[in-house]
Write a protein that binds this ligand. Structure first.
Ligand code: FCB
Length: 453
């Protein structure tokens, strides 16, 4: 890579609370839907759970020291709602807030910008017991939680993000059932999507005047062929995956092809101006309305229904690209494509790539993890970012997913996304070759001089 990024471009890495913290019963934390879900037989590969995860709750200082060593300029993490409000409403748990204060003090002492995500899927179980995201009240409970976190932490946070990937929370949580709470209720999944959008809008209000954005996971999508049925299939999937969230947040409308019934005033709230849009990107889908194919794009590891509400008949085809250990096709130009599309089709908004990365079957050999595939993945996607910037996209940063190997939801600990290897028995952290490569990229603001190291 021989390109440079604009001054001030954020080079970060991302994590989320349930995937790394552990300490699920400590300092007054209440249960979340993931604590419940992981106990259900057959829901997570190997019966894995996040009780200990990678023990970040106790090792955060060591982890921030690793970030500093890598030269990260920004770190994106999430706050565990049930640490702050064990019952999902009412009383605030000061010990929960203290943890994030200590974490951010450590980051700020090392000149690393804290990017705080309020919701990365760990809904307090008490709120799920009252109906979860299909229930409108959950959005208002989220706004209260956002206000409490904001009041306590606003002086330390660089950028706030509301809801991480509402698509996953709604459709994997309530339609396919592959994620917590594991319900298969397609109609309710659409309600959940709307209430997650509403939660975003209400939280933006609660967080002002701080710098805030929403966070969506976008896919590049290609019809398998010219047949109008393939084109229609691609448009359907684009509607559910991308436009349902982009249109709502950035234009205040739902796409005409999705049956949403917001109440009066909801769309104004949902589309309240934001300062930045956080974009998570991993892959491209090739879809067909004619061919037989996999019914689900994500090939869930456990028994799951379809997340594609109203588009269950669409087939996901093999696009013929190399894949990661998740089976996700690698298509770096798709990242440029989705960024350029947001810049072209929507009102102007600064963008950040808030997650991008790859799982591979890493091995430790002689105290080292050689992961050339991950380096190639990151390099290609950073170059795609650079091309997007050259095309005029206002891209302000890039966060690798993930800083460290961690609990990969329904896949358990079997899928390693980290720049830093974690031995899940000893909790020993070992920066992979990709971490050293990324450190060099950051030091040289994007330029990589080949070395033999
Ligand atoms: C994203 C999630 C993140 C992680 C990556 C691989 O959808 O936001 O927590 O699981 O995928």
């Amino acid at each position: 890579m021989r390109t440079q990024f604009p001054a001030g471009f954020a080079f970060g890495a991302a994590t989320s609370a349930y995937q790394i913290e552990g300490a699920v019963d400590e300092d007054g934390r209440g249960p979340s839907i993931w604590d419940t879900f992981v106990r259900r037989p057959g829901r997570v590969v190997g019966g894995h759970h996040g009780d200990v995860a990678i023990d970040h709750y106790h090792r955060f200082a060591e982890d921030v020291a690793i970030m500093a060593e890598l030269g990260l300029t920004a770190y994106r993490f999430s706050v565990s709602w049930p640490r702050i409000q064990p019952d999902g409403s009412g009383g605030i748990n000061p010990k929960g807030l203290d943890f994030y204060k200590r974490l951010m003090d450590e980051l700020l002492a090392r000149d690393i910008q804290p990017w705080l995500t309020l919701y990365h899927w760990d809904l307090p179980q008490a709120l799920e017991d009252r109906g979860g995201w299909p229930e409108r009240d959950t959005a208002y409970r989220f706004a209260d939680y956002a206000a409490a976190v904001h009041e306590a932490l606003h002086d330390r946070v660089h950028t706030w993000a509301t809801v991480n990937e509402p698509w996953c929370a709604a459709f994997l949580g309530y339609a396919s059932g592959e994620h917590a709470p594991g319900r298969r209720e397609p109609g309710n999944a659409l309600m959940a999507a709307h209430h997650l959008n509403l939660a975003h809008g209400l939280a933006v209000q609660a967080i002002r005047p701080s710098r805030v954005g929403g966070c969506v996971n976008l896919y590049a999508i290609t019809p398998a062929g010219d047949d109008p049925r393939d084109v229609a299939a691609a448009s359907k999937i684009d509607g559910l995956q991308n436009r349902l969230f982009l249109d709502a947040l950035l234009t205040g409308r739902y796409p005409d092809d999705i049956p949403m019934r917001p109440r009066e005033g909801d769309m104004e709230l949902i589309s309240a101006p934001i300062d930045v849009l956080l974009v998570n990107y991993y892959s491209r889908y090739t879809v067909s309305g004619t061919a037989p194919g996999r019914a689900s794009a994500s090939a869930a590891p456990t028994d799951a229904g379809s997340p594609w509400v109203g588009a269950e008949d669409v087939a996901f085809l093999d696009g013929g690209r190399p894949v990661t250990a998740m089976g996700w096709e690698i298509d770096a130009d798709g990242l440029r494509e989705v960024l350029a599309r947001v810049a072209r089709d929507y009102p102007p908004i600064p963008l950040v790539v808030s997650e991008n990365g790859a799982a591979f079957d890493d091995v430790v050999e002689g105290g080292r993890v050689r992961d050339p595939d991950r380096i190639a993945y990151l390099e290609a996607h950073l170059e795609a970012c650079r091309r997007a910037i050259d095309e005029g996209v206002p891209l302000e940063g890039y966060f690798a997913w993930s800083l460290m190997d961690n609990f990969e939801w329904a896949w358990g600990y079997g899928k390693r996304f980290g720049l830093v290897h974690v031995d899940f028995q000893t909790q020993r952290r070992l920066p992979k070759d990709s971490a050293r490569w990324y450190a060099q990229i950051i030091r040289q603001n994007g330029r990589h001089e080949p070395t033999d190291s």
